[in-house]
Write a protein that binds this ligand. Structure first.
Ligand SMILES: Cc1ncc(COP(=O)(O)O)c(C=O)c1O
Length: 425
């Protein structure tokens, strides 16, 4: 490697990010005290502010019991509303279009109840072949729920032979030629495996022009890349808060439904007591009166202890701002790419993520030609204190998350790969 450790340290001094706001796990051996944490696309690190936030909520429950619903410093009854503004800003939505609730796959199902409505010859669901398995299982089970054969109903778009990522033009071609059979397009905004950022506005426009509903799984996009869901005319979207949103394992999911669908009485929805308007909720009437906001999709009362970490994290995103974060993300990911370009030639390592920064977020996925991805990730962890994430059989993912990762972390990744993976003879 020609790039020196000193250069990485100099870059960190000039462009330090916000690492000081996070707990970074220890390296547990090796030359450095802290791990190089490149797994924030799987589980983000804990913000230092989260613990106090949680303790405050626990304390309110200890002191107030049921009266916390109205008397806590942040009363629990309207607590979820505290998350709405920052979540809406994060994804480029109007506040009425966003709510935080449940887990991601649960929300995708709730949204498909409304937005996957196969009829006549328009029955198909389009996903990417490398969709996260949960999405694949979800759409297949939705097809079965409607009495359809999942094998013929679910269309899996594949990259061209010999290529790793989907071309936007191929998605658009498919929608132009076969879109009249498609009821729903449900793609990952950033693909979990390859890190490819899809052209969300172009695909949304093409899907809608073809008469389909277009939804997005933004698990790997929210907090990672700038989003403008309202202006892009996306029908619906959902994301989780445990990756780039740093809200803890299994953290709550955000939901977006475009304003044009809000208050539409023709849309079927599954309801519970939190689907009815807040003003009359405690009149306990047998029939709901849903508000003309996405809160009509809420079902249960919100889990307050799960909401505190999301609120803390969203405040951080508000304070830093997505544009500044994206700029640092492009710099940091570009730096990691440059270092991998020094290390991969001659080794059985290939970066499969698009090279164009406009087509990716803060993730580079590396395909390994020999051995197992899990085996390599284990060696990186235990011999070099580099925490990355393996997706068997052959992908190791590195996420230089701009909030807390450093240039030195990127340098450590490249150095560790160079030391661990032998040059092919
Ligand atoms: C793209 C994507 N979709 C869906 C899920 C499933 O999320 P959950 O378990 O919160 O439903 C994940 C989890 O990592 C994911 O990466």
């Amino acid at each position: 490697m020609t790039t020196t450790e000193d250069e990485a340290l100099r870059l960190d001094a000039d462009d330090p990010g916000h690492r000081h706001l996070f707990h970074v796990p220890p390296a547990d051996g090796g030359r450095y005290p802290e791990a190089a944490y490149l797994a924030g696309n799987s589980l983000g690190l804990q913000p230092r502010a989260t613990r106090d936030e949680l303790l405050g909520d626990l304390d309110a429950w200890r002191r107030l019991g049921v009266e916390g619903h109205l008397e806590a410093e942040r009363p629990w009854l309207p607590y979820h509303e505290l998350l709405t503004g920052p979540a809406a800003r994060l994804v480029g939505a109007r506040p009425a279009e966003v709510v935080v609730m449940n887990s991601l796959t649960v929300n995708l199902h709730l949204l498909m109840v409304s937005f996957y409505r196969p009829a006549g010859t328009r029955t198909r669901v389009v996903i990417e072949d490398s969709a996260f398995p949960s999405d694949s299982y979800a759409v297949r089970s939705q097809a079965r729920f409607h009495g359809l054969d999942p094998d013929t109903t679910v269309v899996r778009l594949r990259p061209r032979p010999g290529e790793d990522t989907l071309r936007t033009a191929d998605v658009l071609d498919f929608l132009a030629t076969e879109g009249d059979t498609v009821a729903l397009v449900l793609l990952g905004g950033v693909n979990y495996l390859t890190g490819e950022l899809m052209d969300i506005p172009a695909i949304t426009a093409a899907g809608r022009a073809a008469g389909a509903v277009v939804g997005w799984d933004l698990a790997h996009a929210a907090g990672n890349v700038p989003l403008h869901l309202h202006d892009w005319d996306v029908d619906f979207a959902a994301w989780c808060s445990y990756k780039y949103l740093n809200s803890g394992p299994g953290a709550l999911s955000g939901v977006f439904v475009h304003g044009r669908h809000l208050g539409d009485p023709a849309l079927p929805r599954f309801e519970g007591w939190w689907s009815t308007e807040a003003a009359t909720r405690f009149e306990m009437t047998p029939v709901s009166r849903p508000p003309a906001t996405v809160e009509a999709w809420q079902v249960s009362n919100p889990p307050i202890f799960a909401m505190g970490p999301v609120r803390t994290s969203l405040e951080l995103f508000d304070a830093v701002g997505m544009p500044a974060l994206r700029e640092r993300s492009v710099r940091l990911t570009g730096y990691l790419e440059r270092l991998l370009d020094e290390v991969t030639p001659g080794r059985p390592l290939t970066v499969v993520t698009p090279r164009d920064p406009a087509r990716r977020g803060a993730q580079l996925s590396v395909r390994i030609g020999t051995g197992s991805a899990a085996g390599l990730a284990k060696r990186l962890r235990h011999e070099h204190g580099v925490i990355a994430d393996a997706r068997e059989p052959d992908i190791v993912r590195f996420a230089p998350v701009p909030l807390y990762c450093s240039y030195h972390d990127c340098w450590r990744v490249a150095e560790a790969l160079a030391a661990t993976v032998e040059v092919s003879s």
